[in-house]
Design a binder for this molecule. Structure first.
Ligand code: SF4
Length: 433
């Protein structure tokens, strides 16, 4: 079969698509671009916001229109949480977020039989084991994601993901270390530990192991690779975590701490189980143990009941934290979550104004952070050449652009940072060696 993929949503979805691609390729199928001709079009969907649902449906319809005779299959979070919507969608196969290996066989069956619609949707809440999948890369052989965890039991009031992914399941430590060593041997230069909520890694083992044990094992198994952490909950960052993490030479000093709001009353309504003060403690601990760490975050604006005063508190808080970069989301109402039924839903125009205001502050903080790196030397992992510049990222995940006639693809090189651009750094290559 010629199989074409389209991936919507987060890094975990991207990871799972590349794993599915490897599973299809291992069974002798050809991977082709989604825009071209294929026998099977697979849309790995997302449901994090109402817009994600809409995009998932649109992509399905576009694929069906383009190739009326091909198999169109959906998988991922949207069918998992909205099984009822599948009846109206022009798909031949609807699967969820589980049993990816079985999904490959179902696509083959749909191609052979072409009879009625197949569905393979389990109850995510009953899952108890982690499904290991082949790991691999996003950008050539530069950066690979290593999925170490699935599921979440935090039940933040706005989030549909626990219903889409089920309880926490972790990749055992020895398997994670073995996968990391394999990826390093394949030539990857950076590994990103990813999952739905990696802060909970290990809790299903009930033996006291926690994320820092895993990080130490992965860093030791792939000493020539940078190791970057996916999004962390503030509770993970403790004195002990920082003391142990700061000893790991290949761990990137880049920490994405999930914040969502800087106002205690909003955090309580969100069912986020920390206060702004506890979050700030994590920021300070990271600054104490790491040199100019890049601390990045997510923020939701216009959560139900968020008053102007609460929003102002959040804005003051983010400025106090001085983030290196932020993702700002206007609250999106997800039917089936507690927040969807809360009083005080904020009008769209207000959410957009708040998002715009927060984005202005975030852009200024990003410039301030990048300015602190100007004049320093930094090791850059180069990923691609575009518009006359080689582009890559530092360990702090700042984008760096240099002009060079050399082929820098997948090379780690020292760069002198000479200027700050709009969201990136400019630099000059330093002699290697
Ligand atoms: S921690 Fe909260 S926001 Fe993140 S996946 Fe779990 S429920 Fe959703």
């Amino acid at each position: 079969m010629r199989v074409a993929f389209c991936t919507l949503g987060c890094k975990v979805n991207q990871y799972e698509t590349q794993a599915l691609e490897q599973l299809f390729a291992a069974r002798g199928h050809d991977l082709v671009p989604f825009e071209g001709e294929a026998d099977a079009y697979i849309i790995n969907t997302c449901t994090v916001t109402a817009v994600s649902d809409k995009k998932s449906r649109q992509t399905v319809r576009q694929a069906r229109k383009r190739a009326p005779g091909a198999v169109v299959a959906v998988c991922g979070c949207y069918p998992q949480t909205h099984p009822g919507d599948m009846a109206d969608l022009p798909v031949d196969l609807a699967a969820g977020t589980g049993d990816r290996t079985g999904f490959v066989e179902l696509v083959e069956r749909a191609c052979e039989e072409r009879r009625e619609k197949l569905t393979a949707l389990d109850d995510a809440m009953k899952r108890r084991t982690f499904e290991p999948l082949p790991a691999g890369g996003l950008e050539g052989r530069t950066r690979a994601m290593l999925k170490v965890e699935d599921g979440c039991v935090n039940f933040c009031a706005y989030c549909i993901i626990p219903y889409a992914r089920g309880p926490v399941r972790s990749l055992p430590l020895a398997e994670a270390a073995a996968q990391a060593a394999e990826l390093a041997a394949e030539g990857y230069r950076e590994l990103v530990l990813t999952g739905i909520e990696i802060s909970s890694w290990g809790r299903d083992f009930r033996d006291g192991t926690s994320l820092i044990d895993l990080v130490e094992a992965v860093c030791a198994a792939a000493p020539g690779c940078r190791v970057r952490l996916g999004s962390l909950e503030p509770r993970t960052v403790t004195e002990e975590f920082c003391l142990r993490a700061a000893k790991l030479e290949n761990l990137c000093p880049h920490f994405h701490l999930s914040m969502q709001s800087g106002c205690d009353a909003t955090l309580v309504r969100m069912n986020r189980r920390y206060s702004a003060a506890r979050f700030y403690e994590s920021v300070n601990l990271l600054r104490k143990h790491f040199d100019t760490p890049a601390i990045t975050t997510d923020m939701i604006v216009g959560f139900p009941g968020e008053t102007e005063e609460e929003f102002t508190q959040s804005l003051e808080f983010i400025q106090r934290c001085g983030f290196a970069a932020m993702h700002i989301f206007p609250y999106s109402r997800r039917p089936g979550t507690p927040a969807a039924a809360m009083p005080g839903q904020v009008p769209r125009a207000v959410k957009e104004t708040r998002a715009h205001k927060a984005a202005g502050i975030a852009a200024k903080m990003e410039r301030d952070y990048l300015s602190r790196l100007e004049g320093q030397a930094a090791e850059v992992l180069f990923e691609e050449e575009r518009e006359g510049f080689w582009r890559g990222h530092t360990a702090r995940y700042s984008e760096v652009r240099v002009k060079s006639g050399e082929d820098l693809n997948n090379q780690l090189r020292n760069v002198q940072i000479t200027a700050v651009g709009d969201g990136f750094l400019e630099g000059e290559l330093l002699p290697s060696g």
